[in-house]
Design a protein around this ligand. Structure first.
Ligand SMILES: [Zn+2]
Length: 368
């Protein structure tokens, strides 16, 4: 991580910043850089992160995860689209503007190394460096575009509630030939519990789950319906024959304005090579909910845990809970920028409330 922070600092210096520094935190360091062309001009603060998700499963990579390869015009490497590629785009844009003498505003960079674990030290750093980071706007490119040829502004991100479930059966793993049929199998119980969390319309069955959901207006839904979304391409890209989701909502609505519940992992018993006729003593699952305004992460975790505990006695651990947010329409500043960008780009710039693929590591384990 230190080497990576050094590399970011070096690239920023090469791009032409006045100074670039590595600032230690209680965790991984933050790279700060600035180019001040005129203190009386507005300042843009670029946020990004140089840390990445784990590279495994390694066997599914066609090339080394940290050995970038360009295939069909796309860079394949861990973090190339989250978020090294995005923030590096701004570094290279700055370089071009410096070389062509077209930089009219001041620019600062704050590139952290802990986004993928929930940015545990960023808030402390920001509070301790408010003057240093002072800016007129923050530019974050850590989100997705609605399609490859459609520049997009994200005006909302879904939040997250994450729990880990442990179902305990017999006091030890048993032999299924001896005990099978006489003792409840925790994996079977867990599977039934999980299967009961959605009804036939793919609505979530947890009582109160939708109570605080801010319903989108007809105007917002009409705008979403105009988005340049091609369902056939979406399915082909994912290799699925049919899409799946909550009845009554489009795919963009399902991934943007509706809360969801997903299984992120399930394990128990014997999962190695070959066969072992075990009746396991425990089964586990990781379950997350994607949340929309005005749902509260802790409240949803309470509802989820409470509901699961009414089905079977279980142990649940809570995980990190970033909150959802969404910019309300109308969005005048964004609209102005959309129009000017549209003119220069020739393509529609799209406001999107689609979520990026946030996968948080677990930093706050609290037994319930
Ligand atoms: Zn990211």
């Amino acid at each position: 991580m230190i080497a990576c922070a050094e590399a970011v600092k070096q690239r920023l210096l090469e791009a032409g910043v006045d100074k670039a520094e590595i600032h230690p935190t209680a965790g991984h360091p933050i790279v700060y850089a600035e180019k001040i062309v005129d203190p009386s001009k507005p300042t843009v603060l670029v946020y990004g992160h140089y840390d990445v998700q784990p590279a495994d499963p390694l066997e599914l990579w066609n090339s080394g995860p940290f050995d970038p390869q360009i295939v069909d015009g796309k860079i394949f490497a861990r973090g190339s689209c989250d978020d090294k590629g995005q923030f590096y785009m701004h570094v290279k844009a700055l370089e071009t503007m410096v070389q062509t003498n077209t930089l009219e505003n001041n620019i600062k960079f704050c590139i952290e190394g802990e986004e993928e674990v929930g940015s545990p030290n960023l808030a402390t750093y920001v509070k301790a460096n408010t003057n240093l980071l002072k800016a007129d706007c923050v530019l974050i490119s850590d989100t997705a575009m609605i399609s490859l040829d459609t520049p997009s502004l994200d005006i909302g991100l879904r939040g997250l509630s994450y729990i880990e479930v442990e179902v305990t059966g017999p006091n030890r793993d048993l032999h299924s030939g001896v005990y099978g049929g006489a003792v409840a199998n925790p994996i079977t119980i867990l599977a039934k519990m999980i299967a009961s969390l959605h009804d036939e319309n793919n609505h979530i069955t947890i009582p109160g789950f939708y109570a605080d959901v801010l319903e989108s207006s007809a105007e917002e839904r009409a705008l979403m319906a105009e988005a340049p979304f091609k369902e056939a391409e979406y399915k082909a890209d994912l290799g699925v024959i049919e899409l799946w989701g909550e009845t009554g909502y489009s795919t963009n609505e399902r991934t943007g304005i509706r809360p969801t519940l997903e299984l992120n992992g399930i394990w128990g018993g014997y999962t190695g090579e070959g066969a072992k006729t075990v009746l396991p003593g425990k089964a586990f699952a990781k379950i997350s909910a994607r949340l929309v305004p005005n749902q509260n992460s802790n409240k949803i975790a309470d509802l989820l845990i409470g509901h699961l505990q009414t089905i079977a006695p279980i142990l649940c651990n809570r995980k990190s809970h970033p909150a959802p947010w969404r910019r309300a329409l109308p969005y005048p500043h964004g609209q102005q920028r959309l129009q000017s960008r549209q003119q220069s780009h020739g393509n529609h710039l799209w406001q999107s409330t689609r979520t990026r693929t946030w996968r948080r590591q677990h930093t706050h384990l609290q037994p319930v």
